[in-house]
Design a protein around this ligand. Sequence first.
Ligand SMILES: [Zn+2]
Length: 309
Amino acid sequence: MSEYASGSNITDSTPSMTECYENYVLVDVGANLTNKKYSRDLDSVVQRAKDAGVQKIMVTGASIRSSKEALRLTRIYPGNLYSTAGVHPHDAKSWQDPETLEELETIAKNPECVAIGECGLDYNKDFSEPIIQRSVFEKQVELACTLNKPLVIHERGAQADVLEILNRHTDQIPPVLIHSFIGTAEEAQIYLNHGYYLGLTGYVCKDKSDSGVRQLLEGGQISLDKILIETDAPFMYPNTRASKLPTHVKDALTERSTTFLQRYCTFQRNEPCALPAIVEMVAAFMHKTPEEVALATAFNALKIFGLNQ
Ligand SMILES: [Zn+2]
């Protein structure tokens, strides 16, 4: 606990660290900052993110309760935190007609709430019946169309059904982010063909397959204008020490980003200050500079979600 309790400012002790990202903003498009793991030291977490160059963070809503809480946090950190409002597929069974939709709409109408989601389908963990998941997902797709707010979609083992539901609304569909993408390069291509964006996380360290996210990045099959970067904190810790991580990717990590990672992030609790390390690794896989990736992905985030209030 003490590891997280300090509010120490990393830039005080390491002045060289201010140089790297100061000329542009990094945006974390998905952090679960309403998670109880942050209840004791959220100020420090947000400050560390800023020190790491992460100027804007979208706080994920995954239930009515967490969507309300995420909106509340945007009021405490205006211009810095934004929120999303949605009911996660795990929680689909909690949906009540018509109250849940009404509550979601009330939250989502606020300008600080910049997207509908997480919503979607998760067939890997059947916490809610697939038939209920589909109906709850479609109601949120309709809400996103009505409010014209982007969709943040969680999909695990359910691509065909996600696409089928989205395809029913193609006329009015807002921008779609497939958040925390961990599928195959082939699945990625299908999403990209639909014009959807992919959210990449610390999973780039974990992917050991030769047909997954790494291959997607290395093979040049995805262009920077379709990528968004997110920590999905406290989950998806980028384990930069993973043995399968190629040497050229490990070597691309700067002292600055690894210092934030090693001081403040663990498998138990990842933080938005891990974002620069993810940007650097994505850049290395794509044989681009981290500056290019940071600039392009931040631009995508600002374009899709607004984030200017
Ligand atoms: Zn998710």
